[in-house]
Design a protein around this ligand. Structure first.
Ligand SMILES: Cc1cc2nc3c(=O)[nH]c(=O)nc-3n(C[C@H](O)[C@H](O)[C@H](O)COP(=O)(O)O)c2cc1C
Length: 219
């Protein structure tokens, strides 16, 4: 497990390495593990090094172990990197232009460029789609929650391999142009764009969150 930005586990960057890139550390105590989970922060601007294909697959391997009622696997993962990010930028731009047109507006050149460049904020974007499966006992909201849990597993598994992330959806994610780009069905959802890569700086430590008003114990 990588405990700081300076200690990336990029040992298995060689393209043909088939071993799991996750290095287990049996010295980690329960308390350290809990603090490590709590130390996760989102980072918006990410650069190389990016996770390799095997590191991304290792993270998806964790994602699919999320709680999943009736094992429906209501998720799909689409990895966008390199020039494919420009294609995604075009889909974001088409969606934004459609939104603006619906409100009788046109985009400024600055806004067009900003939208088109959005996928360039990280070297890799893992899009998680909730692909609803028809099932009498598992309503859509359960499947959406499963996919959300899968996203969190994905994020933590990327962190474990030394990478930073931010989960974005934004107002564009389920616009027709974006759904069409990812071949997402009418009843399905783009649930997350997980932007991932590396950052030279850490986000500030999270201020303690008071859980007292958020819970109650009954017996
Ligand atoms: C479903 C979902 C969608 C989100 N969409 C965005 C987004 O589009 N843009 C954004 O800046 N943050 C978005 N966030 C919030 C960030 O992922 C992040 O949680 C937030 O900035 C707080 O940072 P932290 O994770 O370090 O606490 C989203 C979070 C969730 C759970």
């Amino acid at each position: 497990m990588s405990t700081s930005k300076k200690s990336h586990n990029h040992k298995n960057d060689e393209p043909n390495n088939t071993e799991s890139p996750i290095v287990t550390n049996s010295q980690v105590t329960d308390e350290q593990l809990i603090n490590w989970i709590k130390s996760r922060r989102s980072i918006g601007n990410l650069s190389i090094p990016a996770p390799t294909e095997s590191q991304i697959k290792a993270a998806i391997d964790c994602a699919v172990t999320a709680p999943d009622h009736k094992k429906l696997q209501p998720w799909r993962f689409i990895v966008t990197q390199g020039n494919a990010r420009h294609e995604l930028g075009r889909a974001f731009l088409a969606a934004t232009e459609a939104q603006a047109a619906a409100e009788g507006e046109t985009l400024s050149e600055k806004d067009r460029q900003k939208t088109y460049n959005m996928p360039l904020r990280a070297p890799v974007i893992i899009t998680v789609v909730t692909q609803m499966q028809a099932h009498k006992k598992v309503p859509p909201f359960e499947q959406m929650l499963s996919a959300g849990a899968a996203v969190q597993n994905l994020i933590l598994a990327l962190k474990a391999q030394g990478f930073s992330t931010v989960w974005r959806t934004g107002l564009l994610c389920n616009e027709p142009a974006v759904k069409a780009y990812f071949d997402v069905g009418a009843d399905d959802y783009v649930t997350a764009f997980v932007y991932t890569g590396s950052s030279p700086c850490d986000m500030p430590t999270r201020k303690p969150i008071d859980i007292q008003p958020l819970m109650r114990f009954e017996q």
